[in-house]
Design a protein around this ligand. Sequence first.
Ligand SMILES: C[S@@+](CC[C@H](N)C(=O)[O-])C[C@H]1O[C@@H](n2cnc3c(N)ncnc32)[C@H](O)[C@@H]1O
Length: 247
Amino acid sequence: MATQADQQAQSGTGHQEVNHKSLLQSDALYQYILETSVYPREPEPMRELREITANHPWNLMCTPADEGQFLNMLLKLINAKNTMEIGVYTGYSLLATALALPDDGKILAMDINRENYELGLPVIEKAGLAHKIDFREGPALPVLDQMIEDGKFHGTFDFIFVDADKDNYLNYHKRLIELVKVGGLIGYDNTLWNGAVVAPPDAPMRKYVRYYRPFVLELNKALAADPRIEICQLPVGDGITLCRRIS
Ligand SMILES: C[S@@+](CC[C@H](N)C(=O)[O-])C[C@H]1O[C@@H](n2cnc3c(N)ncnc32)[C@H](O)[C@@H]1O
């Protein structure tokens, strides 16, 4: 018997076809969450940055508003102070983080593209949060290697959000596990990869979805088998796996 997801996929009304990444059963349910609980409580700078990003051609990359709200609360719950973000784009998740940190909190933020970061930066500056951000333009991996070599950054991060090149997530994990505190969290974004993690390999998929799919599958297996962390994979946004370092 066809499931609701099958029917949606056949009729072309499935979530993959619309301009957000929710994995919920219906668009109406997702819209309900946004309109009832997210947009009415979204801080003004986040709304402004989200609206600026909506006009950008790559806006699909932006962290969804419900995930931004989730990250903001999570960071407050764990009293995060020293954080890292890999993959900034225009800065929506960065802003959600900056708003949650205390005034002397820090975010080491990395992206290969400064131009997109600078689209959102005026909003971050206007909100008086820019002093918390140390933005580094360029690939993240060499920065992580440098920090590991340096030694003084081991076990210093309360929270690390990874939302960048999926083919490097396992390379990031090898390094981040040393940089995050015992008891701290790493969040890997897009671990349900548009639902493609359960699609048959020959199913129709966008080219980039197909390319990154094996890397996401490999990451999910590796995280589930890693005894140094406890994990929790949440169907928020495109799937986020939280990893709590335990050793
Ligand atoms: C999905 S977007 C990030 C979305 C962002 N977290 C937000 O809230 O809107 C992915 C970003 O990763 C960046 N990126 C890709 N490869 C990278 C790398 N090797 N190092 C750092 N950033 C990278 C891209 O330039 C892009 O801006």
